[in-house]
Each structure stands twice: as C-alpha cells, then as structure tokens.
Design a protein around this ligand. Structure first.
Ligand code: IMP
Ligand code: MG
Length: 180
C-alpha cells in the first residue's frame, strides 16, 4: 500500500481539551454508584484511556469486541460479539465508549446486548459522530465532536488497521476508503 495523504481535521490539543471537559461532565453526572466503562475494541481504546483518566471518580474498565459481517464494515447490518465482558453488569451504571458513530448499526445492536445484562442504566460516549450517515437510531449522550461525512483515521480509528496511533484526527485523502 502506498502512503495516503492525511489532512488534520481535529488537532491533538483540541481533542485533549474536549476529553477533559467530557470527563468532568461525566463525573458530575455520576456522583455515586458503580460506573462501568465498556470500550468497544479496538477503535475506542485510545479515547477510553484518556477519558477514564479525565474522570474524577473510580470506574470499572471492561472491553467488548464486535465484528460486522460483510465488506462494507459500517453498512452490512449484521453484528456479532467476538469478545465478551469479564465483569457482571447487574445493577451497574454502564457507559459504552465508542470511537465513532456512523450508521449506528453497531451501537443499536450493542444497546440490546448490554440491556440483557440488567444494568441500572446505559449511556453512550463517542469521540466522533457523523449524524448525516445514520441508518439506525442511536442516542449518543456524550459526543466529543460532530464531523462531516468523511472517512477519518487516528486517535484509535484505523484504515485497514493502520493510523490508530496518530495523536490527531485526520481525513484520509487519495485513498480507497472502505465500501460504504
Ligand atoms: P456503525 O455501526 O456504522 O455506526 O459503525 C461504527 C464503526 O465503523 C466504528 O466503530 C468504526 O470502527 C467504523 N467507522 C465508521 N466510520 C469510520 C471512519 O470514518 N473511520 C474509521 N472507522 C470508521
Ligand atoms: Mg470500531
């Protein structure tokens, strides 16, 4: 693969400031109770580790692996769990942590899966939201940034498993982005 051109959409400093704000807001919204952060592998890992440290309270950390069938990753409509949680959610406040909400198919499915584990509450925090692309309804409680319909990488987000460790969010230009 030849190296694609990257254009910075959200610089590292802006991401840092916004995650601090979100961490403080979430801490205020959950003054008591067991708060479980559930990171969706792998894209949410970078956001989750910064968000968890921006919180002023104790949290549980767990992960879930999800895969979508078909090539068009965000539009195939079929989702399955590839790695399940380690910790029980019964009676807990759950905050699902995602890198980006695109069609909404992943989170719409995940809300049902998590709901069956009988938590006390479920909310969603996503670093990025592309509202124009929504196919299934999802209420995202905490959004880092709304972005236009462009394929982005960095800060956990990948293109063919690359670019996850970029410290800014970049638009991938001149590349054949996944089928959408
Ligand atoms: P959804 O089910 O269509 O909402 O898809 C969400 C998942 O698609 C995210 O967790 C990402 O893995 C992937 N995705 C959607 N848009 C992008 C993008 O612009 N860059 C990288 N991955 C993306
Ligand atoms: Mg993902």
């Amino acid at each position: 693969m030849t190296d694609a051109k990257l254009r910075v959409l959200i610089p590292a400093e802006k991401i840092r400031t916004r995650i601090q704000e979100l961490g403080e807001q979430i801490s205020r919204d959950y003054p008591t109770g067991n708060l479980h952060l559930i990171g969706i592998l792998k894209g949410a890992v970078v956001f989750m580790s910064d968000l968890a440290r921006a919180m002023k309270r104790d949290v549980f950390i767990d992960f879930m692996g999800i895969s979508s069938y078909g090539k068009g990753k965000s539009s195939s409509g079929e989702v399955r769990v590839t790695k399940d949680l380690d910790i029980s959610l019964e009676g807990a406040d759950v905050l699902i942590i995602e890198d980006i909400v695109d069609s909404g198919i992943t989170l719409n499915y995940l809300m049902h899966v998590i709901d069956q584990r009988r938590p006390r509450s479920i909310r969603i925090a996503a670093l990025l939201d592309k509202p124009e692309r929504r196919l299934r309804p999802v209420h995202v409680n905490y959004v880092g940034f709304e972005i236009p319909d462009e394929f982005v990488v960095g800060y956990g987000l990948d293109f063919a498993e690359r670019y996850r460790n970029l410290d800014s969010i970049c638009v991938l230009e001149d590349a054949e982005v996944p089928a959408r």
